[in-house]
Write a protein that binds this ligand. Structure first.
Ligand code: KIV
Length: 273
């Protein structure tokens, strides 16, 4: 075996995540949408990179995730995949590319896998999308589920508030989680639900749960990269911990650059040829 192959980071697979759940090791997941930040995130050792349809908000400036297209998602996924050595890359299937049409779902998932070289896809919803999930799995494409606050359904929910606080919705969420596991999902994102419910679901399932605003007892955690780095300033839900203030750092750097160019301080002799 060559040194290059021997030295390569061991890649994270869907099986790695299932082993991590069995071993009680928390799974780490962050979103990413481009090559340069992916190099940093993957290099730091994250387990899973989600090419989230939150790119619609963070990258494209839309109010919701609804407008982002399959072509946009494939483009972001291509950029991310080029930057990854180790992490598992999961790509969100955008709104309108899988709901209510299993043939379309399979075709969309195949396009994502073939054109981006991502490793898995993620779909939002419960029992109503299990036929699409099963059909995608027939092509050997791993599927991650997503329950609770599913932002593609924002116009049905009306708000981005906590989901499944009432018994009826909580019971529905548990049966949806079991249906997704039964359909063959390798993991499920639980977004913005009570911590007690997330624990109950995580205990019931043999596949891992990845929480965002779902408390400490999920099998892993996910955040939107630009939120946790402090680049997006106008979004501060209770579940978000900011690990950096890159928004302020960028603001200061750009202001200093403007000052230096205007004053003639930049470039100096050492920065000139
Ligand atoms: O699109 C996204 O970023 C997501 C996460 C919030 C889980 O789906």
């Amino acid at each position: 075996m060559s040194m290059a192959i021997a030295g390569r980071a061991k890649k994270v697979t869907t099986h790695t995540l299932q082993e991590m759940k069995r071993a009680g090791e928390n799974i780490t997941m962050l979103t990413s949408y481009d090559y340069s930040l992916t190099r940093l995130v993957d290099g730091a050792g994250i387990d899973v990179i989600l090419v989230g349809d939150s790119a619609s908000n963070v990258m494209a400036g839309n109010d919701t995730t609804v407008p982002i297209t399959l072509e946009h998602m494939i483009y972001h996924a291509q950029c991310v995949v080029k930057g990854v050595d180790r992490a598992l890359v999961v790509v969100d299937m955008p709104f309108g590319t899988y709901q209510g049409d299993t043939k379309l779902a399979l075709k969309s998932a195949i396009r994502i896998m073939k054109e981006s070289a991502g490793h898995a896809v993620k779909l939002e919803g419960g029992v109503e999308i299990t036929d699409s999930i099963k059909r995608i799995l027939t092509a050997g494409i791993p599927v991650m589920g997503h329950l609770g606050l599913t932002p593609q359904s924002i116009y049905k929910f009306g708000t981005y508030g906590v989901r499944a606080k009432e018994d009826q919705e909580a019971e529905r969420l548990i049966s949806d989680a079991l249906a997704l596991q039964e359909a063959g999902c390798f993991a499920i994102v639980l977004e913005k639900i009570p911590a007690k419910l997330a624990k109950m679901v995580s205990d019931k399932l043999h596949i891992p749960t990845i929480g965002i605003g779902a408390g400490t007892d999920c099998d892993g955690q996910v955040l939107v990269l630009h939120d946790m780095l402090g680049i997006t300033k106008d979004f501060s839900p209770r579940f978000l911990r900011r690990y950096a203030d890159l928004g302020d750092a960028i603001d200061n750097a750009v202001k200093q650059y403007i000052t230096d160019v205007r004053s003639g301080d930049f470039p100096n002799d050492e920065e000139s040829y």
